[in-house]
Design a protein around this ligand. Structure first.
Ligand code: HXC
Length: 288
């Protein structure tokens, strides 16, 4: 889809880039020439991913352990990157989530998610953004959200609340930081199976059915998400900012529609429905 050198010369940080969606995006950026920074809580997976990307694409990949819940650690980590040169892109991918009836959540359970998603993502965005503004350097920010920012979602309330806050951050910072050439967007992926997310959100099954019927009858393919992230990270579409783009095969639109379940009807069912509706219409007409 893109030229191999599309992101050449760009330095991009992907939080939580050692595994899951973060690794997939980091891989695609590396494949297209970017220098990559990944951080997360587990050194072994970060190191493995860094080695893999270097071996596969000859990419320059730096990794560091970081818990984004600690604002001081975040600031020193971002400073250490900027000491060797500015970043050009940031992907706020690190997150935490698990399904649970909300009545069973403890305050610590709520905080575990809100501190990572809501607070941590702000700390990283702030630490990078203020350095871009100070040094008059342009940049692109992508936050990985979920379609719950528009619909809410039962059983993942701390995540839905936190990601909704980040949706507001995306819109607000696009308006506030546009004058500095900082592009702020978000991606709301539908079901893209990854080990970390599936173990916590779909612990019983493999097919994603716990997340509802899908209008396209399939989950997302990783290259679809990679292409969108790469497009948002590349130069050439600076006017696109403040947007949260769903990539979910219209799942959330379908789920939200009053008549979504009608997609299950057969041709025969429809014929029967049509006849019933016509018969009502005809009865009405006879009374006119
Ligand atoms: C109820 C739970 C729980 C569960 C943890 N807790 N898991 N409560 N049900 N399944 C509670 C604990 O009991 C504890 O509270 C509190 O949460 C903190 O738990 P810790 O394990 O000590 O927290 P911590 O080690 O900080 O781990 C954070 C975490 C964990 C969020 C709980 O799952 C994590 O590290 N996840 C990172 C990866 C991840 O979640 N990836 C999926 C992202 S998917 P008490 O009161 O008992 O001490 C995503 C969106 C996907 O974000 C969108 C798909 C459409």
């Amino acid at each position: 889809m893109f030229k191999d050198n599309l992101l050449k010369g760009k330095r991009i940080l992907v939080t939580g880039g050692g595994t899951g969606l973060g690794k997939e995006m980091a891989t695609h950026f590396a494949k297209h020439g970017a220098e990559i920074f990944i951080c997360g809580r587990r050194e072994n997976v970060l190191e493995e991913t860094a080695n893999e990307l270097t071996k596969e694409y000859g990419a320059k990949v730096h990794f560091s352990t970081l818990d984004i819940r600690d604002s001081k650690d975040v600031d020193s980590y971002i400073q250490s990157i900027f000491d060797s040169g500015p970043l050009d892109g940031l992907v706020n991918n690190a997150a935490g989530n698990f399904i649970s009836p909300t009545k069973d959540l403890s305050p610590k359970g709520f905080d575990a998610i809100a501190n990572i998603v809501f607070h941590g993502t702000f700390y990283v965005t702030h630490a990078v953004g203020k350095r871009w503004i100070e040094s008059n350097h342009k940049g692109s920010i992508i936050s990985i959200l979920a379609t719950w920012v528009w619909t809410g979602s039962p059983y993942v309330v701390p995540s839905a609340m936190s990601k909704s806050g980040l949706n507001a951050m995306t819109q607000s910072l696009a308006a506030e930081w546009g004058q500095y050439g900082i592009k702020v967007n978000a991606i709301a992926p539908g079901p893209f199976p990854t080990k970390g997310a599936w173990e916590r959100l779909n612990p019983n099954g493999e097919d994603g059915s716990v997340m509802g019927d899908h209008p396209m009858g399939r989950v997302g393919e990783m290259n679809e998400l990679q292409n969108l992230a790469t497009f948002l990270m590349a130069d050439g579409c600076e006017y696109l900012t403040g947007q949260t783009i769903a990539i979910d095969g219209a799942q959330y639109l379908t789920g939200g529609g009053t008549f979504s379940n009608l997609s299950k009807l057969s041709e025969d069912d429809w014929e029967q429905m049509r006849n019933m509706i016509r018969s009502s219409n005809n009865k009405d007409k006879a009374d006119r």
